[in-house]
Design a protein around this ligand. Structure first.
Ligand code: EPU
Length: 334
């Protein structure tokens, strides 16, 4: 176990915010974590690569980071392969391993920042796929009782960018391993219109082709956090009533709308932000990315409060213009 005090979190949050943690602990195994917890300064905060987090000040407690990095095939049959992966493994390293080893299902999720543990908490998603599509079970340590527990995917309450680990069981468990179910049968997922268009008329298409195309799409739309601090989509796409959606489509016939669960309608937060006039705009050192307005950026020297000020102004303007409430995807701490 590695433990440090008064530790800079700048390399551990993709907004690049200059904040510290009273204590920072990295552990290599479940046993190490279990033994460490009772003696740690509380509160505890578990992070991955800090790609979905906004620190609004120093953290007075202990920040935990998993370095459980093992990967093992636990079931291998013609119809599918189960792979158990440590929560600290970098998500995209796992995706790359799958593509290289002829295991399919993760390739559309190429290039997403973060680690395996967060994939199961956030239900990360992009380009027509979601982590829940390939998650078989999630192994956790109960932060209070220190007992190990295993959740089948069906018990995780997965929905659009959410799970019980973000909702009812928030901060109760630390994810230690995730078991993914992958296929040996190759079948491209072209449900995202932009990908389908790119491969129109192409007969032979490999998982590596999808991976490269997704990486290129991401590069063209999303800023590299090493160059421009950001946490990907700052807001989730809002889901509204059928009635509000109908009214909006009369007023704004070009507004994108997608069917969602329970007869509701999902709107595009990027479209709403752009049409409220915020695309490319700045408020102090915080800004709205010019190629994808869902992404808020640190133009240099921004604090968490600067980002929050910008987010609040956008939420207000979108509400005043369209009557739609935006909600952050990013977790605000402090
Ligand atoms: N749009 C605009 N203006 C823009 C950009 C987009 O109006 O400048 C509208 C367009 O109508 C476009 C629509 O937004 O068709 C959707 O854009 P995009 O395909 O980029 O998807 P998104 O809904 O904005 C979501 C995820 C992204 C993911 C992409 C691709 C959320 C919150 N975000 O964005 O995830 O990469 O789909 O699948 O669901 C992330 O979570 O960090 C993230 C980047």
């Amino acid at each position: 176990m590695n433990s440090s005090s008064n530790y800079s979190l700048k390399p551990h949050n993709t907004f690049g915010l200059d904040v510290t943690a009273d204590n920072f602990v990295e552990y290599q195994s479940v046993e190490e974590l279990r033994e460490a917890i009772p003696g740690l300064q509380k509160p505890m905060l578990h992070i991955g690569q800090g790609s979905n987090i906004l620190f609004c000040g120093d953290f007075h407690g202990t920040v935990l980071h998993s370095r459980i990095l093992n990967l093992e095939i636990v079931d291998d049959r013609p119809e599918g392969v189960s792979v158990r992966v440590g929560s600290g493994m970098v998500w995209d390293d796992f995706v790359a391993w799958c593509v290289t080893n002829g295991l399919y299902g993760a390739e559309n999720l190429s290039g997403i920042p973060g680690e395996v543990g967060a994939s199961a908490v956030q239900n990360i998603g992009a380009y027509g796929a979601e982590a829940k599509d390939i998650i078989e079970r999630v192994e956790v340590l109960d932060a209070l009782s220190l007992e190990r527990r295993c959740f089948d995917a069906s018990e995780c309450g997965y929905g659009y960018r959410t799970s019980i680990f973000k909702q009812t069981q928030f901060r109760k468990y630390f994810v230690t391993h995730v078991v993914y179910r992958l296929s040996r049968q190759w079948k491209p997922n072209l449900s995202y219109a932009g990908l389908a268009k790119q491969f129109e008329g192409k007969a032979e298409l490999s998982a590596a082709d999808i991976r490269s195309a997704v990486m290129a799409l991401r590069d063209s739309k999303l800023p590299d956090p090493k160059v421009l601090g950001n946490a990907g989509s700052f807001f989730v796409n809002p889901v509204v009533s059928d009635m509000l959606a109908s009214t909006l489509s009369l007023l704004y016939p070009d507004m994108p709308q997608y069917p969602a669960a329970d007869g509701k309608v999902k709107l595009s937060a990027a479209w709403l932000i752009e049409h409220a006039g915020w695309k490319g705009a700045d408020l102090g050192p915080a800004g709205v990315y010019e190629k994808q307005p869902l992404v808020l950026v640190n133009r240099g020297g921004a604090t968490g409060e600067d980002i929050v000020r910008l987010a609040v102004a956008i939420i207000q303007d979108v509400y005043d213009t369209f009557g739609v409430e935006l909600h952050p995807e990013v977790n605000k701490i402090g």
